[in-house]
Design a protein around this ligand. Structure first.
Ligand SMILES: [Zn+2]
Length: 322
């Protein structure tokens, strides 16, 4: 690694994404960026890798979470002696209060109805809660937001990069290296996951638009290297981002062509986009589909035209704007 003060520790996960990278920064504080998953193997490998760089778990002064997903935040409780830093928008998933879980269930039930999901798929809400259990349960000691310096590391700044999750942050070094969490991954495109709103009467966040904005923000930094949560370091970030944004736009126009053929629901489009995996990966594929629909709505290519029971029917606007 170019920066001698970063150590990359790679931890196995039981999730489809495979290994996750965590990072140790040595400055005036010893900081672990992301913890890896809450599994026996994950913990063992993390302890071994810390040892290889001369550290015990007790030597970690603080943990910074790029985001709350279980492959990144699972072991936050294990580092109970360290201060925990996270963005406030991700904390609701770390603490999982009764009121948040109520909102969670209510929101996804309504969201699935609007997407046109048949009721026998609603069991997914319970399955999603199983995944939440792997996130560890610990509130942040302090919040980090846009522009904050990482305590003990005055050369690292926080960049908010919402989209893959709410409250996703990246860490930007003054040398223009970036620790990017799941913002930009070389071998796969990050999924903009649908999350509940921040209050019962609030609109839900629109993660595809947030994600595109975060990618553009990253590109504008012209980073030398992005150290990701998964896969190899990204050295040509701006080129990769241009390609990702272009592909997403083309994908969205393909979705519009499906709607031009037949006005329909999000779930029907999801089935056409992911005929082989939608049943197994319903949460991810529906999020990806909604991302394209949200994007098309935002650029005026489609509109929510009608209702079929509680489900929203999308209609393409005439003309193609490229
Ligand atoms: Zn991840």
């Amino acid at each position: 690694m170019k920066d001698p003060f970063i150590h990359q520790l790679t931890i196995p996960t039981p999730f489809a994404v495979g290994d996750v990278h965590t990072y140790v920064l040595i400055g005036d504080a010893v900081t672990l960026v992301d913890t890896g998953p809450d599994t026996a193997e994950g913990k063992e490998v993390l302890i071994t890798k810390l040892k290889e760089i001369g550290l015990q778990p007790e030597d970690i002064d603080q943990v910074v979470l790029t985001h709350h997903h279980p492959d990144h935040a699972g072991l936050s409780e294990f580092f109970s002696g360290a201060r925990l830093y996270a963005h406030k928008d991700g904390e609701r998933f770390l603490t999982r209060s009764a009121s948040f879980m109520q909102l969670h269930d209510f929101f996804y039930t309504e969201f699935f109805k609007q997407a046109g999901l048949p009721e026998h798929y609603f069991i997914l809400i319970e399955k999603m809660k199983e995944t939440l259990k792997a996130m560890g349960r610990r509130p942040a000691d302090s919040y980090l937001s846009e522009g904050d310096l990482i305590p003990g590391h005055g050369d690292w700044k926080v960049m908010e990069s919402h989209g893959h999750s709410q409250g996703h942050i990246s860490l930007v070094h003054e040398s223009s290296a970036v620790i990017g969490g799941d913002l930009l991954i070389q071998h796969i495109s990050s999924n903009p996951l649908i999350e509940p709103p921040f209050g019962i009467n609030q609109p839900r966040p629109i993660p595809q638009l947030q994600y595109n904005e975060s990618l553009s923000k990253l590109a504008a930094l012209h980073p030398d290297v992005v150290y990701p949560g998964h896969g190899t370091p990204v050295y040509q970030a701006s080129e990769l981002i241009t390609e990702r944004l272009k592909k997403q736009h083309e994908r969205a126009l393909y979705v519009k062509s499906l709607i031009q053929n037949e006005e329909t629901t999000a779930f029907e489009i999801c089935k056409q986009l992911f005929p082989k995996i939608y049943k197994k990966q319903l949460g991810l594929t529906l999020s990806e589909t909604m991302g394209q629909l949200d994007y098309l709505m935002a650029i005026g290519e489609i509109k929510a035209a009608d209702m079929k029971g509680p489900a929203i029917i999308y209609r393409a606007e005439s003309g193609v704007k490229l």
